[in-house]
Design a protein around this ligand. Sequence first.
Ligand code: SAM
Length: 292
Amino acid sequence: MNKDIATPVRTKEILKKYGFSFKKSLGQNFLIDTNILKRIVEHANLTEESGAIEIGPGIGALTEQLAKSSKKVAAIEIDQRLLPILSDTLSPYNNVNIIHGDVLKADVKKVIEEEFAGFSDLMVVANLPYYVTTPIILKLLSEDLPIRGIVCMLQKEVADRIAAKPGTKEYGSLSIAIQYYTEAETVMIVPKTVFMPQPNVDSAVIRLTRRVKPIVEVLDEDFLFTVTRASFAQRRKTILNNLTSQLPDGKSKKELILAALEAAEVDPSRRGETLSIQEFGRLSDALLPNFK
Ligand code: SAM
């Protein structure tokens, strides 16, 4: 008998048993293909000593595979209706703890302290709810958590922007915000057919590996992100035009912006999408004294 949760038959059985109806507003698209799940977990390179943190376990499809491949899983689920289902479907596993809550409001650092004391390897692995993928990833990365990285399913379009290289049309402030903290790679493209219900968009799995050392040292991280967002405000404009129109009092401080661009060795007529993170780092430090 196939005990895996992630098959169409078993998933339908579980949903029927509990009279569960999907909530679109919570991004509930469950995985029904065990092979895809196993491949996702392989990309996380877990060992018997690893801890896995999952966001949104649903009915436990991915949680089950994580439980088999790691020492312990802690999973945060917002939908209370799923809690009795999870305690049933995951009852064969004694190394799983489900936490009821909204990951965006949760104190994840505290969760890690409580659930994973003494663990030396921690990974976040998730099939993310698509309505909040970027806020979740940015929260996990900016909170300086003791994790090796994140392997997650998300919309392919967002994966493309996260992993984009300078000079491409996908490269933007999101690429920089995430690549500042991690090395980002798309490791799988996933067809719609492996979900129930099928999402409207294409999906991909990305792996984000925390950098041991920041890609660039800056005086003020928040200001780096302010400068990058300003630089991409209107993609067709030059970096000079975007900075003068977006930074506070930018128009009256045009000379200072030009001087900062020169100090950072960035030609004012370039577009934001051509600048590397290192160049944005130099520019941010050069602008900082006059704009923050
Ligand atoms: N992991 C399951 C799977 O792969 O089949 C379910 C993935 S489904 C795409 C996303 C899950 O995240 C749902 O179970 C949903 O209820 C949950 N969720 C949505 N928003 C959340 C939030 N803010 N915090 C925690 N869980 C959330």
